[in-house]
Structure formats: structure tokens, C-alpha cells
Write a protein that binds this ligand. Structure first.
Ligand SMILES: Nc1ncnc2c1ncn2[C@@H]1O[C@H](COP(=O)(O)OP(=O)(O)OP(=O)(O)O)[C@@H](O)[C@H]1O
Length: 423
């Protein structure tokens, strides 16, 4: 039997015909599937653009916010982000924001539909934050990358608008800076009343520094500036720094040197990656370190189990010059407890004593609380009276006193001036 006859015989066989038919069906389905896969890949490569934003990227938070504002209206699958704020008065404010949940969502941006996939890795942690690793992937039809620039820019602008006129406080979380709490409304600089000339001196110095990077590079001087505000408690050191940051449109990165787990390396890294346009604030530096000559306090510092060593801090302050202006503010109540090495020029370039109220300050504070023609003469009289007591008084005490008598008239305030020390 020839091969041709054999094939003719087989084709006449109904079982073979059915089997062959099935086989061809399966084979063509497989080819079609593969073809579709290749076609999708080809389409994706040629006619779709994808943008992946990992949670470590700065724009990730902006994008989430953008999705919250824009996307949450268009999707049914949401996750909640609750912000909770408790004021000093005990008043509690709670806010719920709905963010598109983990999964796939479709949004419209202009005329383009965008697929947004928010994925969370089950087994990968962001080691710095201890949170699951997340990624947002945007996919759109077309080849124009500009759409992503537009979205990111819109997200950035939206975030900036929310922070307009506000001061962002950052706190160190792992090896990163994260915004802490809600941005605070800027405190006007003139609401912190320092003795004559001090505020202007510091402000002028900061402005000079910020506007003159070239001066530093041309002379090979690291582009950084250190300030130390020292003096008794309640005289406005922290308030002034906050108000100054607002005036300069800077944020504030608050670092607690006594924090456990803050090693020299971490401190160095944190100083290097501090957000641009921010003041680094080291409060109460005396509590973290003490003069090397002061052996009694030295012991106490070791007992505190600080991981940042004194020499570590000195090195960090001297550390690699960043390209951005680096402004470090330190505060202390006890200048004499600080090691001279910490406050030598280069580490601290400007020291200012923020002390008890002067006559000028008392008068100015009076005028901030009471106005009118009568108040002007009463302010002078009040300041004279307070100074005549011959006792130290802090602006915080004066503020407390004025708040207690906020409904009273000038005469009453004058007559009760001695209550400043009794409230
Ligand atoms: N010079 C000032 N002008 C206006 N208000 C002031 C001034 N100083 C202090 N206050 C008020 O007193 C309170 C405490 O001030 P602040 O915390 O700034 O003092 P501080 O010097 O940083 O104190 P500490 O050394 O204890 O940190 C704030 O509510 C602030 O409004």
C-alpha cells in the first residue's frame, strides 16, 4: 500500500476524521492564544505607556492624594485613611479620606482612560518604614509621555496648594523624613516678640545665607549655617524658629538627639537627606550631650543610653556639604553645659540669647492683646510696673496673664500686674 492510499484510507475512517478535527481545533486555539499574547505585548510596547511609581518615590504621596481627590469619585473600591487630631483644648477632629484601594481602577484624565493598579507586595517590606511595599502603576493608551508629566505636575501642585501658607513639620522615621501631623498655619514672625533687634538680626542672617550660595562655593566654604538660641524656658525659642521657618517658607525637621536607636550613621544620613528648604531643629542639645570636661554630667549622658555619640554629632554637623542650603537651629536652656566644640564657628555661626522679657517686649506684648488709643499709654505704664517688681518674667508668663485677663479692660490689667507670677 502506498502512502497516498494509506492517507486516503485514514481520511475515510470517521474516528480519525473526528480526532483530527479536534486536534486542529485545539492547535488553532493554542496558536490564537499565543498570537493574542504577542499582539497584546506588541500593543503594549507600541501603543501604551506605563508609569510605575514605587512608594519610596517622593511623588508617590502626591499621586495617592491626587487619586484620593480625583479618582475616589470614579471608583467603587476604596480604602480609608483616617486622620485624627486632638487639640490642647481637648477638642478632637477626625477626618476620613477615601483612597482607591489596592487593585485595579480606571480613571478618566482629559480624554484618556487610564488604568491604575495599586499593588501591595505581601512579602516585601519597606525596611525603613516597616510598611508593605506598594507600587502604583498607571497605564494609558497612546505614546505621549506628556500625560504622565501632566498628572504628576497636577498632583504636585495639588499637594502644594494644600500646604500653601502652612509650615510642614517633619519627623525622622527610619532613615527618612516624613511629614508629621497636619501642616501648621504659619505663625507671623511679628507675633513672637523678641528684644529689640534680635529677630531682624537672625532673619537677615538667614536671608543673606539663603541668597548667596555662590559666595560659599567660590570660597570653598561648606554651604551651611548653624544657629544657637539659648536662654530660659518660655521665652520664645521654639516659637521663633517656627515663625521664622514660615517667614522663609521653609519646613522644619525636628530631630530628637536623645532618641534611642538614633545612631551616628543614621543621623548623618538624615542630615544629608533632609527635605530641601527646611530647617533642621535640634532642641535642648544640652540634654543629649554635656561638656566633656563636666565628668558628673558625662556619666549621666552615658546612662541615657544614647546611641549618637558626641563626636558623631560633631562630624555630622561638619559632614559633607550639601548642595542645598543647610540650616541647623539648636536650642538650649543651659549654654554653659554645652561643649565648646559643639558651638564653635562653623558649627554654630550665630548665637543669640533669648532671655526674660525686657520693658520693650512687655509693652509690645501688651499692644498685641489690647488695642486702642488708651492701650498705648497703658502699655507703657504696664511695662514700667512689671519691671519695677524686679523679678524675671518670661513672655510665656505674660501671655498666660493676658489670656487670663483677655476680657478685662486696661485698668484692670494694670491693677493686677502682680498676678503674673501667681497664675
Ligand atoms: N517672645 C515671645 N513672644 C510671643 N510669645 C511668646 C514668646 N515667648 C514665648 N511665647 C509664648 O510662650 C509659649 C512657649 O514658648 P516657646 O515654647 O517658644 O518657648 P521656649 O523658649 O522654646 O521654651 P523651652 O526652652 O521650654 O522650649 C508659646 O505659647 C509662645 O506663644
Amino acid at each position: 500500500m502506498t502512502i497516498a492510499e494509506y492517507i486516503t484510507n485514514l481520511s475515510d475512517n470517521p474516528y480519525f476524521g473526528a480526532g483530527f478535527g479536534l486536534f486542529s481545533l485545539g492547535a488553532s486555539a493554542a496558536v490564537l492564544r499565543k498570537g493574542l499574547q504577542y499582539a497584546t505585548i506588541y500593543l503594549r510596547r507600541q501603543y501604551m505607556i506605563t508609569l510605575e511609581v514605587p512608594c519610596r518615590d517622593k511623588s508617590y504621596q502626591w499621586l495617592l492624594q491626587w487619586m484620593t481627590n480625583k479618582g475616589a469619585k470614579e471608583t467603587q473600591h476604596l480604602s480609608v485613611e483616617t486622620s485624627f487630631e486632638q487639640r490642647d483644648t481637648g477638642h478632637v477632629k477626625t477626618k476620613y479620606d477615601f483612597i482607591p484601594s489596592v487593585g485595579t481602577h480606571f480613571f478618566r484624565y482629559g480624554r484618556t482612560w487610564i488604568k491604575v493598579e495599586r499593588t501591595r507586595e505581601q512579602h516585601t517590606l519597606d525596611l525603613h518604614m516597616g510598611t508593605p511595599w506598594e507600587t502604583v502603576t498607571l497605564t494609558a493608551l497612546g505614546r505621549d509621555k506628556a500625560i504622565y508629566f501632566d498628572i504628576l505636575e497636577e498632583a504636585r501642585q495639588m499637594a502644594l496648594r494644600q500646604h500653601e501658607g502652612k509650615t510642614i513639620m517633619y519627623t525622622a522615621l527610619g532613615s527618612e523624613w516624613r511629614p508629621f501631623g497636619h501642616p501648621k498655619r504659619r505663625r507671623p514672625l511679628n507675633s513672637v516678640i523678641l528684644d529689640e533687634g534680635i529677630s531682624n538680626r537672625i532673619l537677615q542672617d538667614c536671608r543673606d545665607f539663603i541668597s548667596n550660595p555662590l559666595w560659599y562655593t567660590q570660597r570653598g566654604i561648606p554651604y551651611r549655617r548653624g544657629y544657637l538660641l539659648y536662654g530660659p524656658p518660655g521665652c520664645g525659642k521654639s516659637s521663633y524658629i517656627t515663625a521664622l521657618a514660615g517667614e522663609l517658607e521653609f519646613g522644619i525637621c525636628v530631630l530628637n538627639l536623645s532618641e534611642r536607636g538614633l545612631s551616628d550613621d543614621r543621623l548623618n544620613h538624615l542630615l544629608a537627606v533632609a527635605p530641601q528648604q527646611s530647617i533642621i531643629l535640634l532642641e535642648d542639645v544640652d540634654a543629649a550631650f554635656v561638656s566633656r570636661e563636666d565628668t558628673v554630667h558625662q556619666k549621666a549622658a552615658y546612662e541615657g543610653l544614647n546611641r549618637v555619640t558626641f563626636s558623631g554629632l560633631l562630624n555630622c554637623l561638619d559632614g559633607v556639604a550639601s548642595t542645598e542650603a543647610r540650616i541647623v537651629f539648636m536650642t538650649t536652656n543651659y549654654l554653659e553645659r554645652l561643649d565648646p566644640a559643639l558651638i564653635r564657628p562653623g558649627r554654630v555661626d550665630l548665637k543669640e540669647y533669648i532671655g526674660w522679657c525686657s520693658k520693650y517686649q512687655i509693652e509690645q506684648m501688651f499692644l498685641r492683646f489690647y488695642d486702642g488709643e488708651k492701650a498705648r499709654t497703658a502699655a507703657k505704664e504696664f511695662a514700667n510696673k512689671v519691671v519695677a517688681f524686679g523679678k524675671n518674667v518670661s513672655p510665656a508668663q505674660i501671655q498666660g496673664f493676658f489670656m487670663f485677663y483677655k476680657q478685662a479692660n486696661c485698668e484692670e490689667v494694670l491693677n493686677n500686674a502682680d498676678m503674673i507670677w501667681k497664675l
